[in-house]
Design a protein around this ligand. Structure first.
Ligand code: TMP
Ligand code: ASP
Length: 238
């Protein structure tokens, strides 16, 4: 499968068309941004780690009944995916207080919730991805009720599968953001699952193994990404 034209360049990925109108190729970059692009940097090796980690986890999710856009990993940084129309909602699941939740609620980070939370942001950089609820999404025509129901069901399933999987790597899944797309009338998981989009803490030391190290200038950013990748046990390609 070959790249044809650059369709779109985002903050962390480039997307190319292919011969097949249903298939795109995503190419993961080492570029990192935070605070809606205000902070910029490079995390060496991130593109390959995020690509391979996303594909590995999407494979696990497919086995558990969550449809994803994954078609085929082409190289360290490139993957063929189904061409979806992205639903303009960032879907955030939280198991512990952290980040914007901790700030908003005046709580310290790392408090375990009685049950997971789900929230939506409207995917719109000009507005800074504002927090919205499902009524806003319906009123603005961002998604139908059936789509919101499917997204909610899959998002909690993704949490269940990932929480269990990361626990087996001695990692606590604090929270994460996912995105869904429409593919021939079906809702499927798209975008990525990586240390860019999840908060991952070592279960014993509570060391942050994710993009918060970049956002908050905590140092050892590359080491954290490498550590997660090492624990996945997929470093050696066949
Ligand atoms: P938050 O606590 O800043 O709202 O972030 C919640 C989760 O969403 C966290 O795992 C990081 C992830 N996230 C993204 O993937 N992209 C973003 O633009 C933001 C703000 C958060
Ligand atoms: N992806 C977001 C941005 O650039 C921020 C984040 O992950 O914190 O700006």
């Amino acid at each position: 499968m070959e790249k044809k034209e650059l369709l779109y360049e985002g903050k962390a990925k480039k997307v190319y068309t292919t011969e097949d109108p249903d298939i795109l190729i995503v190419s993961y970059k080492d570029d990192a941004t935070a605070f809606n692009g205000l902070k910029k940097g490079t995390i060496v090796g991130k593109g390959a780690i995020n690509n391979r980690m996303t594909n590995h986890i999407f494979g696990l999710l497919e086995k558990e009944g969550v449809p994803t856009h994954l078609v085929k990993e082409l190289s360290d940084r490139e993957t063929a995916v189904k061409k979806v129309e992205i639903v303009p909602l960032e879907v955030i699941i939280r198991n512990f207080s952290a980040g914007s939740f901790a700030k908003k609620m005046g709580m310290e980070e790392g408090i375990k919730f009685k049950c997971p939370t789900l929230e939506f942001s409207y995917k719109n950089d000009d507005l800074g991805d504002p927090f919205i609820n499902s009524y806003y999404a319906l009123a603005l025509g961002l998604a139908t009720q059936e789509e919101i129901d499917a997204i909610t069901k899959y998002a909690f399933k993704v949490n269940e599968v990932m929480q269990k999987y990361f626990a087996s790597l001695n990692i606590e899944l604090i929270d994460f953001k996912i995105e869904f797309g429409r593919y021939h009338g079906q809702i499927i998981l798209a975008d990525e699952v990586s240390p860019d989009t999840c908060r991952l803490w070592d279960k014993d030391t509570h060391e942050k193994l994710d993009k918060d190290r970049f956002r908050r200038d905590l140092g050892n950013v590359e080491d954290a990404y490498q550590e997660v990748f090492r624990r996945l046990g997929i470093a050696d390609r066949e």
